[in-house]
Design a protein around this ligand. Structure first.
Ligand SMILES: [Zn+2]
Length: 330
């Protein structure tokens, strides 16, 4: 499931809808921001606002032939360039310029989108610069980058720059709750990912729900100094060892639990991930020292290092169980 760009970047989509309506799009834009902030989706959205044949109040319909071909990267007047190997080479920019010396296939306007623009070679960047200085015809360029510092200042000065930011914890939590996920569950999901799509997928994943419940049962045994926690690794947790991504998830959940205990030591009530078990975690955190709470997080991080060098995952978890029991209780 893919999150809509209008939800991910509501202000910018609105801004560009207005610009297109007013016919005030500039010749070149730079979208800078971390992965997952919707840079490429935003550029394609703007292209749709330009070419859509059935806009409603400035909003592209997403269904007409133009909208669909733009979304499928097959619309002839929207040309996309991405690194060919490690870099964007001068030939790719020359190709782009040749494309734009022709007039639009379907209309008069043309849009080009350069992904990972910081990967242009020096000659590609210089070639692009000339093009930006003397745009031929009605052209709008989008340069996308995760790191604007690596782009030539002369190029940046030709572009209007926008920084795309990821949504914060509170905004993400709000959106998950709007999708019907409880506030507590949203806190847990956002402890694992800052991607709304992944969080929503996980919320529907039955195996994830079962794993979360099993990890909690295991941790309860540890909190009560009950060595059945050791056996529990084989009887309950082992079913999740089969693939690496589930192992990672299991360790991530354990990291969140020991981290919650530590956060509660520091009275950080609002940021716990296992918020549904807040009271039990808090009661436990009050019984142990801050030093032990911190040491437990180190133990879990050590487990991750062992996993990285391919030690048997069962060994890792059994050892971790014993170490956590002794860290918390001896
Ligand atoms: Zn449309």
């Amino acid at each position: 499931m893919k999150q809509k760009i209008t939800e991910l970047q509501p202000r910018l989509t609105e801004h560009f809808m207005k610009l297109t309506e007013a016919g005030k799009l500039s010749h070149a834009y730079l979208f800078a921001g971390p992965a997952g902030t919707g840079k490429s989706e935003l550029a394609l959205f703007v292209a749709q606002t330009v070419f859509c044949t059935d806009k409603q109040a400035g909003m592209p319909c997403g269904r007409c032939s133009e909208c669909r071909r733009i979304a499928d990267h097959s619309f002839p007047d929207v040309v996309e360039v991405a690194p060919d190997g490690a870099s964007i080479k001068v030939d790719q920019i020359r190709f782009l310029k040749a494309e734009f010396s022709k007039s639009g296939v379907e209309g008069t306007k043309k849009i080009f989108i350069i992904s990972d623009a910081e990967k242009m070679t020096a000659s590609a960047a210089n070639s692009l610069l000339k093009f930006l200085e003397e745009p031929s015809g009605d052209v709008c360029a989008f340069l996308l980058t995760e790191n604007a510092n690596l782009i030539l200042p002369t190029i940046i000065s030709r572009c209007q720059e926008f920084e795309l930011q990821a949504l914060g914890f509170d905004e993400l939590s709000e959106k998950l709750q709007q999708a019907g996920i409880s506030k507590d569950k949203a806190s847990l999901l956002l402890g694992l990912t800052d991607s709304l799509e992944i969080a929503i997928e996980l919320s529907k994943d039955d195996e994830f729900a079962a794993m979360t419940a099993d990890v909690w049962e295991w941790f309860k045994l540890i909190m009560t100094n009950d060595l059945r926690a050791f056996v529990n690794v084989t009887t309950h947790l082992k079913q999740y060892f089969s693939d690496r991504s589930r192992q990672d998830m299991l360790l991530d959940l354990i990291v969140l639990l020991v981290r919650d205990v530590m956060l509660l030591k520091f009275e950080e009530h609002g940021r716990t991930s296992f918020a549904m078990h807040h009271d039990e975690l808090r009661a436990f955190s009050e019984k142990i020292s801050t030093q032990r709470a911190c040491h437990a997080t180190e133990l879990v991080l050590d487990s991750r290092k062992l996993q990285a060098i391919n030690v048997s995952f069962q060994n890792i978890l059994e050892t971790l169980t014993l170490k956590l029991v002794s860290c918390y209780h001896e």
